[in-house]
Design a protein around this ligand. Structure first.
Ligand code: C2E
Ligand code: CA
Ligand code: CA
Length: 690
């Protein structure tokens, strides 16, 4: 403990012990003073009583000698006969009492008698005690004598109380003479001294007990104070440590701390055999802002950047500031490079919105460099270095982008990023279009519907099929606005063809899970039908088994609401999911679409044929229609006809067609089907006839 700090217990002990000593001494002294005072009064009283006895017995006989003694020559006074008899009588009277000496004065102040003969004849007029007694008061005092003449000879070292006592021969008379009585109190003082010691011991003992009790309390208090001080120091240390490891402006971990964190994260990644990404974030225009608008504005920008980055990171990620406009994000446990690319994209997107500083709208142009463990480096410093180098490259390539340290990864991520950027604008650029694949009714032998299938006319890559971009639409949630467009466009197109001769034509639109979770679907569909004038019974929505599996209650409610409007519902790719019959029974479904995979080898694989039989039988029992997709060969067509499938769809009839070709081809297909059935009828008839 520091020498200048206050030690409560030690201070308390020292001062208390001094206090105890002082109190003990004072108490002893006070006790002695009281005791001596009481004893003096008591002994004075005894002296008065003794004098009363003496004056009663002796005074009448010696009164005239004493009062007239002044007229005798003082040298001869001691030789007078009365003196000797007085001495004898007085000595007799005081036997057994602690009286050492008696003196008798007359009112003139003359010492008429004294145990010490030398004193006889001396004047006492100037003595204050004598004068007090002359005025009728008793005056007593305590004193110590080395030597004193007593009735029994000279005695040494005596404590004495001597009293001047007036003598009244009869009540209310004048003072006739004065006695001075010396009582020996040496033994009483001894006793008083003894009791004083006992009192001192007692008081000290009690005080020591009190001291020990208080010492315990003080020690406890001292302990509490010490703990408090230690805690205070610990907090101070923690604050100091925090300051040493954090950036003072943003309170983010600083370079030193980030290195530690990265080391720990690398250790974890090694142990758990997982991957880790380090994002090196650079606000490119920051220096210009700092120089032109001042440091305060620069600080505000950095604070805002910190907030936005903090919003972007996931729970376990670590954000830190390297200094200046450079930030690091440690992303642990990454599953794919795409995931990191998406994260980096999110970080960039967070800066699209301008930052308001001093009434100015500033757009920051960040660039991100990404290094991966274990691909790029396995040490913290090297990983930071790599990510930094990648960040520089990103800056060179035109900012507002991210670059992977590894070139090959860079290419694939960039492609995806480019797709992602492009798809954002595809809807507004009118790059989406729908193709329509005809659907044939076996009983009607004509095209009774079509399935709307989405295409993206990519400016560079040409026309893309949905497999290339549907998942991207779903991940970016763009499927909601694009889906709305598909529904409206399909309804509009179908209605147009109806008016152009394909009366009662139905259109089927595919819905993804995300659309079915959206609150707006019901309204979108209702609005599309109302706006285009298409009958609800001419619109069919295709959902997959996965939609049914997700939140069954919500889906069920939605499907029932759609059904209530008169819209048809079908289950797409049936047979690939895990829908059970009992599960299916709850859904108000009109058609089951048997997946292409079964149809493909229905003529070769007996299992698939049996399964198709079962699906058809089940659908019939549930009063649902069965649609087979992916018919490519005539054999498949005949087999499905035999199996009493209701509707067919596939390349055998037509591929998905651009809208401008659909009307004509649909009519041709229907015509061919009519012809085919007529031929079949004729040939059957001719067989029967022959
Ligand atoms: P799907 O709903 O099962 O659509 C049928 C797919 O099978 C279409 O592929 C179609 O071109 C293809 N097809 C039809 N007949 C045959 C055939 O005889 N042989 C072969 N090999 N293929 C045939 P497409 O157009 O590439 O669509 C693929 C998937 O993309 C669709 O599968 C559907 O799940 C999804 N999709 C297409 N358009 C949309 C849409 O507008 N919205 C949503 N959410 N998904 C869509
Ligand atoms: Ca479909
Ligand atoms: Ca399908």
């Amino acid at each position: 403990m520091a020498t200048n700090s206050f030690d409560l217990t030690r201070t308390f002990s020292r001062r208390s012990l001094v206090g105890i000593l002082m109190v003990a001494v004072l108490m002893t002294w006070f006790h002695r003073w009281l005791a001596v005072d009481a004893m003096t009064q008591n002994e004075a009283q005894n002296n008065v009583q003794l004098t009363q006895v003496l004056s009663n017995t002796i005074w009448p006989r010696y009164a005239s000698f004493i009062t007239t003694a002044s007229s005798l020559p003082y040298e001869t006074l001691s030789q007078q006969g009365e003196i000797a008899s007085l001495r004898r009588e007085l000595a007799e009277k005081i036997v057994g009492l602690h009286i050492l000496k008696i003196k008798i004065y007359n009112t003139d102040g003359l010492t008429v008698f004294s145990t010490d003969p030398k004193q006889i004849g001396q004047s006492k007029l100037d003595n204050p005690g004598f004068r007090a007694a002359l005025s009728g008061q008793v005056a007593s005092e305590i004193t110590f004598k080395n030597q004193i003449d007593t009735f029994e000879g000279v005695r040494a070292d005596r404590n004495i109380i001597f009293s001047y006592i007036p003598i009244y021969p009869y009540p209310n008379s004048q003072v006739a003479g004065i006695f001075e009585v010396y009582a020996d109190v040496t033994h009483l003082l001894g006793k008083i001294r003894q009791t004083s010691y006992i009192v001192a011991l007692g008081v000290t003992f009690l005080l020591v007990i009190l001291y020990l009790f208080l010492l315990a309390v003080v020690r406890q208090a001292d302990g509490i104070i010490r703990t408090h001080k230690i805690e205070e120091r610990q907090t101070q240390n923690q604050v100091m440590q925090h300051l040493a490891r954090h950036d003072s402006l943003t309170d983010l971990p600083n370079r030193t701390h980030m290195l530690e964190r990265l080391d720990q994260a690398l250790e974890r990644a090694r142990r758990t055999n997982t991957r880790l990404a380090l994002l090196y974030f650079n606000v490119t225009r920051f220096r210009i802002i700092n120089d032109s608008l001042g440091h305060e504005a620069g600080d505000m920008v950095l604070m805002e950047a910190t907030l936005r980055l903090t919003d972007c990171i996931r729970g376990g990620d670590t954000l830190g500031r390297l200094g200046g406009d450079e930030f690091l994000v440690i992303v642990e446990n990454i599953s794919s490079v795409d995931q990191v690319a998406t994260l980096a994209q999110r970080h960039l997107a967070a800066f699209l919105e301008p930052i308001e500083v001093n009434d100015r709208q500033l757009v920051l142009t960040p660039s991100i460099g990404i290094a991966l463990f274990p691909e790029d480096a396995d040490r913290a410093e090297k990983l930071i270095e790599d990510a930094g180098a990648a960040a520089l490259k990103a800056k060179d390539q035109g900012r507002n982008r991210f670059v992977f340290y590894t070139e090959s990864l860079n290419a694939s991520s960039l492609e995806r990023l480019e797709m992602e950027t492009a798809i954002h604008n595809a809807l507004s650029n009118g790059e989406f279009l729908l193709n329509y694949q005809p659907r044939i009714s076996i009983s009607a032998q004509k095209v009774i519907g079509c399935e709307a299938l989405l295409r993206w006319q990519h400016p560079q890559k040409g026309q893309l099929s949905p497999d290339h971009f549907i998942s991207l639409l779903e991940e970016t949630d763009l499927i909601i606005p694009v889906g709305e467009w598909i529904i409206r466009e399909a309804c509009r197109q179908c209605r147009e063809w109806q008016l152009e001769g394909l009366a009662g034509l139905r259109v089927s639109v595919n819905l993804s899970l995300r659309q079915c979770q959206s609150e707006t679907l019901l309204e979108t569909v209702g609005q599309a039908l109302a706006d285009t004038g298409l009958a609800a019974s001419c619109l069919e929505l295709e959902i997959t088994e996965s939609v049914m599996a997700d939140e069954m209650q919500h889906t069920l409610t939605l499907l029932k609401q759609l059904k209530k409007k008169g819209i048809l519902l079908s289950i797409d790719d049936f047979g690939t999911g895990y829908s059970s019959l009992s599960h299916l029974m709850h859904f108000p479904v009109d058609h089951l679409k048997v997946d292409r995979a079964f149809v493909q080898d229905i003529t070769r694989n007996s299992n698939h044929a049996a399964l198709t039989d079962a699906i058809i039988a089940m659908a019939k029992s549930l009063k649902m229609g069965v649609v087979a997709e992916g018919i490519e060969e005539e054999d498949q067509l005949h087999l499905l006809e035999e199996k009493k499938c209701d509707e067919l769809q596939g390349y055998f009839f037509a591929k998905p067609l651009p809208p401008e070709r659909f009307l004509l081809e649909a009519k041709q297909i229907s015509q061919q089907l009519q012809n085919l059935s007529a031929e079949t009828r004729n040939s059957t008839e001719s067989i029967v006839m022959t």
